[in-house]
Write a protein that binds this ligand. Structure first.
Ligand code: ATP
Length: 328
């Protein structure tokens, strides 16, 4: 193997936490150790870089964390890193320790910060997509998405039990401020009568038509899965409008909220995190920088931060169609 482009690296988690971040950290630390590269963990994202909160990590520092939710390094949103002075402090801390490569685990905000940092100071950096929303271009799935999806599915299954026992209509909100991946897939997996996502233009008329069809088909209870970022209105607005159109309906609203972020990562997320943690380190060693490691069609790929941030994975229109066909 050619000589590594980095000798000492640091890794941190940033932005919203996601199940599988620990598994990614473990893979980064152990891959670094395998290749005899020194590795530091940084606490609380960019804040730790600025406040000099580094700990040297080895294979035993990451024992028993592959199945743990959250992030043992903790995460943060750092306002100071958005200033040039803050980033200069972070850079000085890296220089002081001789750290020449960074691995950042987070979402598009984290990558935006990393890109600016790289352009200003030339620090080599590779990103790992850790966010439950799956809204990052350059990887089929982000770390945490599969777990969040399964959590949403299990919760909606439970809601289904009470909906059918009482002939109720439930509006269930799942996470996804800008992306409907969790809503679309959990909706299909739980047999939702309708799925409302920000990527599609929805209307109250269409929603009412769905309810009328469901009634004609003999359905006595219905579940509508709504993404957090749905543009038609809040889940309460939708429930209110439906009550006005169908006064006889017994309507309930459930917001799944943060339960979707927590919990032990699924097998798929642990494996993805392990592959991407490894991919980030070998990418740095090969001299790659300003890129995100991702998996596409089972291949490890590196996408420039610029593209990962700006472009978006499209919702699969076939899935939307499928949900309509199967909801009769
Ligand atoms: P999630 O998708 O889960 O919210 P994220 O990585 O997008 O994760 P953000 O809070 O948007 O989360 O970003 C994480 C951190 O990245 C910010 O708190 C900030 O420190 C840094 N960051 C974001 N944008 C910039 C920027 N324009 N300049 C410098 N740093 C930034």
């Amino acid at each position: 193997m050619e000589e590594s482009a980095v000798k000492k690296i640091a890794v941190f988690t940033s932005g919203g936490d996601a199940p599988g971040m620990n598994a990614a950290l473990r893979a980064v630390v152990r891959t670094a150790s395998h290749f005899k590269i020194e590795c530091y963990g940084v606490r609380e994202g960019y804040n730790g870089l600025i406040n000099d909160d580094f700990t040297k990590m080895g294979p035993r520092s990451v024992k028993n964390i592959i199945g743990a939710g959250g992030t043992i390094l903790r995460s943060a949103r750092s306002l100071e890193f958005k200033t040039k002075e803050g980033r200069k402090k972070a850079y000085d801390n890296l220089v002081k320790r001789g750290i020449d490569g960074l691995v950042c685990i987070g979402g598009d905000g984290t990558f935006t910060g990393a890109k600016i940092f790289n352009e200003e100071f030339g620090v080599k950096v590779i990103g790992i997509p850790g966010t439950i929303d799956n809204d990052i271009f350059g990887t089929d799935n982000t770390i945490g998405y599969d777990t969040a999806l399964n959590t949403a599915m299990e919760a909606i299954d439970k809601i289904r039990d009470t909906a059918t026992s009482h002939n109720r209509v439930f509006f269930v909100e799942v996470m996804g401020r800008d992306a409907g991946f969790i809503a679309l897939n959990s909706g299909i997996a739980t047999g939702a009568v309708d799925i409302l996502i920000p990527e599609r233009k929805d209307s109250i008329d269409d929603l009412f038509e769905t309810f009328e069809k469901a009634e004609k088909a003999g359905k006595t209870s219905s579940i509508v899965v709504v993404a957090e970022g749905e543009k038609l209105g809040s889940i309460y607005d939708l429930a209110k409008a439906t009550k006005a159109g169908f006064p006889d309906y017994d309507i309930r609203v459930a917001i799944l909220g943060h339960i979707q972020r927590g919990g032990s990562p699924s097998c798929a997320d642990r494996v993805l995190a392990s592959r991407l943690g490894y991919g980030a380190v070998i990418g740095l060693m090969a001299g790659k920088t300003n890129k995100m490691a991702g998996m596409q069609s089972n291949n490890l790929v590196y996408t420039p931060f610029e593209e990962a941030i700006k472009k978006h994975n499209e919702i699969d229109q076939n899935l939307l169609k499928l949900s309509e066909i199967l909801a009769i």
